[in-house]
Design a protein around this ligand. Structure first.
Ligand code: DX5
Ligand code: ZN
Length: 203
């Protein structure tokens, strides 16, 4: 499955959002940044209603505040970072109580074992294959091993989470992440006029 990150769309947003909405992608990936957890600050402007299912990636420190703000969009997934210094079990419960699927994301240099105790309870793991904060960066090769490892322990333990990868995915790197169920793709799609054509080359 392909989730399109709309982070790189800076001009003519409404028309370009509509154009993305009409492609064959599976999800719209909304990147939210608070200027604290990451340097940049990016909020969705809430004036376009996507028909596609939403996959929201919170790169924020105060997760609860942003869950409350974004739940009105009726997303399929809300993903927050394991690196936030907050009560992770409480955040999982808040999302479940709101009937939103729970995603946890992990930065490239964070010990993957920190995820272990949450694996039975969550719906999605988002493996960052770049440092979070901006689009257009280079894929970090080690991400492939992390994805393959997460797939292996999912099979061993019969866990149910989906594996998603985010950052630097393009025509050349997508073959390295074949074990990820959802590939987030930003600049490779949105830097080109014909979004659907780009999506087809990935599929
Ligand atoms: C990075 C974001 C990504 C990013 C992907 O912090 O989480 O979703 O927009 O963009 P590309 O595909 O250009 O790396
Ligand atoms: Zn993202």
């Amino acid at each position: 499955m392909i989730a399109v990150s709309i982070l790189g769309i800076k001009e003519d947003k409404l028309n370009n959002y509509k154009k993305i909405d009409n492609t064959s992608c599976d999800y719209i990936h909304l990147d939210v940044m608070d200027g604290i957890f990451v340097e940049n600050k990016v909020d969705f402007d809430f004036n376009y209603n996507f028909n596609k299912k939403l996959d929201i990636h919170l790169m924020v420190k105060n997760v609860e505040e942003y869950i409350n703000k974004y739940k009105v969009l009726n997303p399929e997934f809300i993903t927050f970072h394991i690196e936030v210094e907050e009560d992770i079990d409480k955040l999982i419960k808040i999302l479940k109580d709101n009937n939103i699927k729970v995603g946890i994301s992990i930065k490239p240099n964070t010990d993957i074992n920190l995820l272990n105790k949450y694996l039975p309870y969550i719906d999605l793991i988002l493996v960052m294959s770049v440092e979070p904060g901006r689009g257009g960066q280079k894929f970090i090769e080690e991400s492939t091993n992390r994805i393959n490892y997460l797939k292996e322990i999912r099979e061993k333990n019969n866990y149910k989470y989906l594996i998603e990868v985010d950052g630097g995915i393009n025509y050349d790197t997508i073959s390295k992440v074949s074990n990820a169920d959802i590939k987030v793709v930003g600049s490779y799609i949105t830097n080109n006029d014909n979004y659907e054509e780009q999506i087809k080359t990935l599929k």
